[in-house]
Design a protein around this ligand. Structure first.
Ligand code: PMP
Length: 429
């Protein structure tokens, strides 16, 4: 018996806040009801009513090798017969730690956790514990999970739903988070000159994927590196989204900047719940049990999650993997821009390898203020027109899009074709 999206959402709304387990899924900012996934394979997602979508979300990032990749599924099958969780160390955790440290040279040691949120929370605790300082610096529109210290001018769902500062975060704690405008050199210099001695850590999405897809100005990440160096603060790159996606070694490889700590998630779990933080050994050794800074997890290093993550990491290390993805992203974004031009719609894109942003404005945003100034009503119309065409982009004007290696010429051509019709609808108003 087929279930309908509508019935499921109605049932969900009775028993789950907003009918979902994570806010952006609810389509609140674009209107309408979400669909319920039945299955996914390669670049495609099917809903419970049998409708097929070309998927540009990829579970919000993990599925860089495409959904249900046979090698990832096989790796999971191979380990799950041995048991789902042990609560004692297992060999796959060691393999994962070694793989992460090999791929990301700034990571000399890592700790596995169960989500990106846990990774960022743990990283700032470590920075605070190691420096003995209280203050955290983040950027407007950056999202680092839902930890109290980060829900201050936050991006992603907080921005999409218009609640970038959440009730329930004690003022005393929020006061310890300073926010800066991303890509503003002078504002960062100024803040550090005022309160540099209080700053435990500066945390940044090196490419802001939670306020669309804002790329750093040339030298900006290096500037942040220098400020942290000069003032004794820990530089944290939150690579939960960019890690293993914008280059094999993440944004830090792409831009040649070495953070003190990095946070990861998404791809390293291959679709299973995972996060990690890692960095300089002198910092990581301060984490319990080798050091006094406490952090733990019943399911951390879960063997099934490690197997899925390791299989995914193996796939993305194939020669030319990221070059092919980058070429596909350019094909897609060039095609979208051309389709918008034909329809007379003001539109632009930003790209970084397998990640892209779509802007209903003349040029891609370089700041948070520019990102929120784009034409959200036009995005809404575009989103629904694409959905009707069977193309699923993020249900928010403030989320990056993701490609996978399963997005081939056919999928991209079909997407651009769909976009032609969608932009015509946007133009018609
Ligand atoms: N940091 C960044 C950059 C993210 O994009 C996200 C989630 N989209 C997180 C942290 C939080 O990760 P999670 O949802 O796994 O807790």
């Amino acid at each position: 018996m087929t279930q309908s999206n509508r019935d499921l959402f109605s049932r969900a709304g009775e028993r789950m806040p907003g009918g979902v387990n994570s806010p952006v899924r609810a389509f609140k900012s674009v209107g309408g009801d979400p669909f319920f996934a039945q299955r996914a394979e390669g670049a495609y997602l099917w809903d419970v009513e049998g409708k097929r979508y070309i998927d540009y979300i990829g579970s919000w990032g993990p599925m860089i090798a495409g959904h249900a990749h046979p090698e990832v599924l096989e790796a999971v099958r191979a380990v799950m017969g041995n048991g789902l969780s042990f609560g004692v160390p297992n060999a796959l955790e060691v393999e994962m730690a070694e793989a992460l440290c090999r791929i990301v040279p700034s990571c000399e040691m890592v700790r596995m956790v169960n989500s990106g949120t846990e990774a960022t929370l743990s990283a700032i605790r470590l920075a605070r514990g190691a420096t003995g300082r209280p203050r955290i610096v983040k950027f407007e529109g950056c999202y680092h999970g839902h930890g109290d210290s980060f829900l201050v001018k936050a991006g992603s769902g907080a921005l999409t739903l218009g609640v970038p500062d959440s009730p329930g975060v004690p003022k005393a704690l929020a006061d310890l988070t300073s926010t800066l405008p991303y890509n503003d050199f002078e504002a960062a210099t100024q803040l550090f000159s005022e309160v540099g001695g209080e700053i435990a850590a500066l945390i940044v999405e090196p490419i802001v994927g939670n306020a669309n897809c804002i790329l750093p100005h040339e030298g900006y990440l290096q500037h942040l590196r220098q400020l942290c160096e000069r003032h004794g603060a820990v530089l944290i790159f939150d690579e939960v989204m960019t890690g293993f996606r914008v280059a094999l070694g993440g944004a830090q490889e792409r831009y040649g900047v070495r953070p003190d700590l990095s946070t990861f998630g998404k791809i390293i779990g291959g679709g299973m719940p995972v996060g990690a933080y890692g960095g300089k050994a002198e910092l990581m050794r301060q984490v319990a049990p080798s050091g006094p800074i406490y952090q733990a997890g019943t399911l951390s290093g879960n063997p099934v999650a490690m197997a899925a993550g390791l299989a995914t990491l193996k796939l993305i290390q194939a020669p030319g993997f990221h070059q092919r993805l980058e070429a596909a992203t350019h094909r897609l974004c060039d095609g979208l821009e051309a389709a918008a031009r034909e329809a007379g719609v003001t539109f632009s894109t930003s790209r970084s390898c397998a990640m892209f942003g779509m802007y209903f404005r003349e040029s891609p945003a370089t700041s948070f203020a520019e990102a929120v100034g784009s034409d959200v009503a036009a995005f809404r119309r575009f989103f629904h027109a694409m959905l009707e065409e069977g193309v699923y982009v993020a249900p928010s004007a403030f989320e990056a899009g993701f490609l996978s290696s399963a997005h081939g010429e056919d999928e991209i051509a079909a997407t651009v074709e769909a976009a032609r019709r969608a932009f015509a609808k946007v133009a018609a108003g």
